[in-house]
Design a protein around this ligand. Structure first.
Ligand code: ATP
Length: 253
């Protein structure tokens, strides 16, 4: 079976004044693939995700989501993607169910479909026990789960998860991994994370961004072979240090 391309970028660039946040990024992600995007603080991961989901306009270059061009076909792209941002899009004063209904209303429109889909997602994300709780009373783990549930309620083909387990305890993180794992194959996913074990456990391929540039991309085995290092943390440190040696120190933040 021919594998379709879900995400493609060509020289995708974002400049904030003097700062090149994303520097001529060329990237291809296959349909159904999960790609982990790694990089130190300020490497350009969030900016990349924001451009790919139509929330930020590229300064230069182009990106396509399932063949739709992000700059020219913004509405079509927005229908294809879901995003769980770092600062979750959850409304604190609404209950879990109300948050899901609100998002379903935006994405789906048709009333009966909204009701059914909210029930479906409450069940599949094991959110039923907190359905009537206001979001502000949820623990960090439940809130992230709700944020991801909201991102997939419109049945996106491409999902962006920006640091989905940031700050969670180890059990909450493992639980969220299971939810993310269950989404795999059903959609194409780009996940940003600072947790190497998370990328290693979940992703099919790993991309390493340093100072806005894509330094390396491949499976863990490919990256290990290329760098001669064992384990993702060693690979990551090696790639970051090599890039730092070539370009002066790696700037953070
Ligand atoms: P983190 O891991 O901390 O989330 P990141 O890899 O997601 O970092 P970005 O948030 O994409 O990095 O930021 C890339 C660079 O662009 C940083 O230097 C940041 O300060 C800068 N930047 C991001 N958004 C803006 C903005 N709206 N205005 C000016 N500079 C920005």
């Amino acid at each position: 079976m021919k594998q379709e391309i879900a995400i493609r970028t060509e020289s995708l660039t974002k400049r904030y004044g003097e700062k090149l946040a994303v520097d001529h990024l060329d990237l291809t992600v296959a349909e159904g693939e999960m790609l982990a995007l790694l990089g130190v603080n300020g490497a350009g991961k969030t900016t990349t995700i924001r451009m790919l989901s139509g929330l930020s306009v590229p300064t230069e270059g182009t990106a396509w989501i399932l063949g739709k061009e992000v700059k020219k076909e913004k509405d079509a792209v927005k229908r294809l993607v879901g995003i769980s941002p770092q600062d979750t899009a959850v409304a604190d004063n609404l209950t879990v169910e109300e948050n899901l209904k609100f998002m379903a209303g935006i994405c789906l429109g048709e009333k009966t479909r909204i009701r059914d889909r909210v029930e479906e997602v409450l069940k599949s994300f094991h959110l039923e026990e907190v359905r009537t709780k206001r979001a502000k009373t949820l623990s960090g783990g439940w809130k992230r789960k709700l944020s991801i549930a909201m991102a997939i309620i419109g049945e996106p083909k491409v999902l962006f998860l920006d640091e989905p387990t940031l700050g969670l305890d180890v059990l909450a993180r493992r639980e969220l991994w299971r939810e993310i794992e269950a989404l795999k194959s059903r959609m194409t996913i780009i996940l940003t994370t600072h947790y190497m074990e998370e990328a290693q456990a979940l992703a099919d391929r790993i991309a390493i961004m340093i100072d806005g540039r894509l330094e390396e991309i491949g499976t863990l085995a490919q990256l290990e072979e290329k760098t001669g290092k064992q384990g993702l943390e060693e690979v990551f440190v090696y790639v970051a240090e090599q890039a730092g040696n070539q370009n002066g120190s790696v700037k953070r933040g």
